[in-house]
Design a protein around this ligand. Structure first.
Ligand code: ADP
Ligand code: MG
Length: 224
C-alpha cells in the first residue's frame, strides 16, 4: 500500500520556487497496476523520487505500508528500499564494469552473496530472456536487453512494489512492449504493485488505473 497525503515538494532555483508537487494525495492498494501520465515537467519523476524516499518532501505524508517515508532516516529508508521497493529507470543505471549476472546480484551482494543468490539471479535473467547473456557487460547489450537486466535486478529482492520511471523512454517500440509485458508478467504472477510512469499512452492504457498529473497536481485518476 502506498499513501500520500497533501504532499508538497518545492525546488528552489535561485530566487524562484517550483512546486513540483502541489498537494498530492493518493492511495494505491497492494497489487494494483497504475500508470502515471502527464506532460514533461508535470512532476512525475518527483513523485517517483518522493515515494521511493530518494528525496525528502516539504509538506505532507507518505506511507508505504506502515512506514512513514516522510519521517524515516536515511538508514531506515535504505532498509525500506531493500525490503519492499524495486526501481526501474529510463537510463537503466547498470554498473558498466559488472556483467549482467553481477548487476542482478548487486542488490543482495554484500549481505548475502550466496550460491542461492547467484541461482536466483540466473533464473531471473532466464525469465527475462537473457539466459545466454549472463556474462555480458552492459556495453555489449542492446538498450532493450539492458532494461531487461535492470528488471531482473529490480525483482531479485522480491519487492512488493515496483516503481518504473519512463522505463521504455530510450527503447524502440518492440523492446518497449517486451519490457512492459515482463513487468505485467511479474505483476500477474507475484502480485507486485506496479507504478508505471510513461509518456507512451498506448502503454499507459494497458494499466487498470491511470493517473494524470499536471503542474504537480493530480487532474484525473480513473479505473478502467
Ligand atoms: P516530469 O518527470 O513529469 O518531467 P519532474 O518531476 O522531473 O517532471 O519535474 C517537475 C518540476 O520540477 C519541473 O518544473 C522541473 O523543472 C522541476 N525540477 C525537477 N527536479 C528539479 C531539481 N532537482 N531542481 C530544480 N527543479 C527541479
Ligand atoms: Mg521525468
Amino acid at each position: 500500500m502506498i499513501r500520500l497525503k497533501n504532499v508538497v515538494k518545492i525546488y528552489k532555483v535561485g530566487e524562484a520556487e517550483i512546486r513540483a508537487l502541489n498537494s498530492v494525495s493518493l492511495e494505491i492498494e497492494k497489487g494494483e497496476y497504475v500508470s502515471i501520465v502527464g506532460p514533461s515537467g508535470s512532476g512525475k519523476t518527483t513523485l517517483f523520487n518522493v515515494i521511493g524516499g530518494l528525496e525528502p518532501v516539504d509538506e505532507g505524508e507518505i506511507w508505504v505500508d506502515d512506514k512513514p517515508v516522510h519521517k524515516l532516516k536515511e538508514e531506515e529508508l535504505a532498509h525500506l528500499r531493500r525490503e519492499k521497493l524495486g526501481f526501474i529507470f529510463q537510463d537503466f543505471y547498470l554498473l558498466p564494469t559488472a556483467t549482467a549476472l553481477e548487476n542482478v546480484m548487486m542488490p543482495q551482494i554484500g549481505f548475502k552473496p550466496t550460491k542461492e543468490v547467484r541461482e536466483k539471479a540466473k533464473m531471473l535473467l532466464e525469465k527475462v530472456g537473457l539466459g545466454d547473456r549472463l556474462y555480458h557487460l552492459p556495453s555489449r547489450l542492446s538498450g532493450g536487453e539492458r532494461q531487461r537486466v535492470a528488471i531482473a535486478r529490480a525483482f531479485v529482492t522480491e519487492p512488493d512494489i515496483i516503481l518504473a520511471d519512463e522505463p521504455t523512454g530510450n527503447l524502440d517500440s518492440e523492446s518497449s512492449l517486451m519490457v512492459i509485458e515482463l513487468l505485467e508478467t511479474f505483476h500477474r504472477e507475484k502480485g507486485t504493485t506496479i507504478l508505471l510512469i510513461t509518456h507512451n499512452l498506448d502503454l499507459a492504457n494497458r494499466a487498470k488505473r491511470q493517473i494524470n498529473i499536471r503542474d504537480g497536481k493530480i487532474v484525473r485518476d480513473e479505473v478502467r
